[in-house]
Design a protein around this ligand. Structure first.
Ligand SMILES: [Zn+2]
Ligand SMILES: [Zn+2]
Ligand SMILES: [Zn+2]
Length: 141
């Protein structure tokens, strides 16, 4: 956890959340992972958290637009940090979730062309697009 805590503290404050050591611990684990982190990894990193505390802490971060959940088919749940576009009201993402079938990494990827999903008459609050394939690193091997 080499990432400066101030940045994550600011993140919590900008979402009007109280800075607690538990929230900071969860955030820094997610932040330092690089790609989206599987739930089991979060548990592994935070062994001193009991299940309920970990679940509740994650829920607060989800509800306040700081992190988002990625559900990959047949896989466990992954978590990643949100951009500046999310808040307590809504998550606004226009990126894709790329799942590599070789290394099982899940990453948030900005598409070359902006995705616009328009459904006449429907109010869209969130769009989840999951793409499967082989990531750049696995292709390089
Ligand atoms: Zn979000
Ligand atoms: Zn890969
Ligand atoms: Zn994402």
């Amino acid at each position: 956890m080499e990432e400066p805590k101030e940045k994550l503290e600011k993140l919590l404050k900008s979402h009007e959340l109280r800075v607690t050591s538990k929230r900071l611990d969860v955030l820094s684990v997610i932040h330092s992972y690089g790609s989206a982190i599987p739930y089991s990894k979060v548990q592994e990193e935070l062994k001193d958290f009991d299940r309920v505390t970990l679940y509740r802490t994650i829920l607060v971060l989800l509800d306040n637009g700081i992190i988002h959940k990625i559900q990959v088919e047949d896989q466990e749940v992954y978590y990643a940090l949100c951009g500046h576009t999310c808040d307590t009201e809504e998550h606004h993402h226009e990126h894709l979730h790329f799942h590599c079938s070789e290394c099982e990494t899940v990453s948030c990827v900005e598409p070359d062309k902006q995705l616009k999903v328009l459904l006449k008459g429907y109010q869209i609050s969130q769009v989840n697009v999951q793409v499967n394939g082989v990531c750049l690193e696995c292709q390089a091997v």
